[in-house]
Every structure is written in C-alpha cells, then in structure tokens.
Design a protein around this ligand. Structure first.
Ligand SMILES: [Zn+2]
Length: 161
C-alpha cells in the first residue's frame, strides 16, 4: 500500500487525512484482517516508521498498527479510546510518514490509559507513557483528522539526500 502525503502539488490537501475515521463494525471480516496485514507490511517497509494509521493508506477506519520491534503486547489497535490522560505534558521530537521531511517538538500528555480491540476482536486495556504515550496520541490524532504539525511548537525541515 502507498502511504499518502498530506499535500501534493497536483492534488493539494489530502481530505482522507483530514477526516474523522469511522469505527470498525466487523473486526473479524476477512477484508479487515487482510487490510491489517497489509498495514503491517507497509509499516515494515518504511525507513523509521513505528506506527501507521488507516487514513494514511487511504481508509477512514479507526485502526492503527505499531512496529513489533517496540515490544508491546499488542500491535493492532482497533476502535481505540483514551480513557485517561495525565496533566503533565512533555515535548518530544516527532515526525510523520504522511508529512515527509518535517520534524517538530510536539507537546503531548506524558502518560495515558487506553482501551482498544485487537485483531482477534478482543478488548484490551493498556497503560502507556513516554514514547508509547506520544505514539498513541499521534496515531489516534490521525483517526480524528489531526496531524502533529497542528500542535508542534516549531518545525524543522530535513531534506532527503
Ligand atoms: Zn503520522
């Protein structure tokens, strides 16, 4: 699958990346299972990507996947809901596969709790802090049409050689 950029010169802003995604109703449907496998493959083929949300590959569904290398118990998050966020915020460097070449210091809650369903349709709860909390907020942002560039404090452009 191709990862869509937020802007192209020819087509302007990508509306899928700016829309609110819909809940997945039938998690075990064969096309959802295949879509999740394709998302994992697509993420694995990126240079440094650690998370990928469905709108980034053209579908407004509430799904994101994270890299198995992070060592989390779950790598697929379907219909995720943040149930608690810390008041404390931390600003960390962030980038996005849909915004190639831009990085920025992005303030995020430094810990949170969430609930989601995995690819087997089982509900799970997770506590996250640091990098994982940042990642979860970034990915759930995608499901609501938000990008890190909306809240980043300053952006730096890194040109690809
Ligand atoms: Zn992103």
């Amino acid at each position: 699958m191709a990862i869509l950029p937020i802007e192209t010169e020819r087509e302007g802003t990508n509306e899928i990346l700016r829309a609110r995604s819909e809940e997945v109703k039938d998690i075990l449907a064969p096309e959802i299972r295949q879509f999740i496998r394709d998302m994992h493959d697509t993420l694995a083929n990126t240079d440094n990507g650690i998370g990928l949300a469905a709108p980034q590959v053209g579908k407004n569904l509430r799904i994101f996947v994270v890299a198995p290398a992070l060592g989390l118990n779950q790598t697929v998050f379907i219909n995720p809901v943040i149930t608690k966020v810390s008041e404390g915020k931390e600003s960390m460097e962030e980038g996005c596969l849909s915004v190639p070449g831009l990085y920025g210091q992005t303030p995020r809650a430094n810990s949170l709790k969430l609930e989601a369903y995995n690819e087997r349709g089982r509900k799970f709860k997770m506590k996250a802090d640091g990098l994982i909390a940042q990642l979860v907020q970034h990915e759930i942002g995608h499901l609501d049409g938000a990008l890190f560039t909306d809240i980043a404090e300053r952006l730096t452009e890194v040109k690809k050689k």
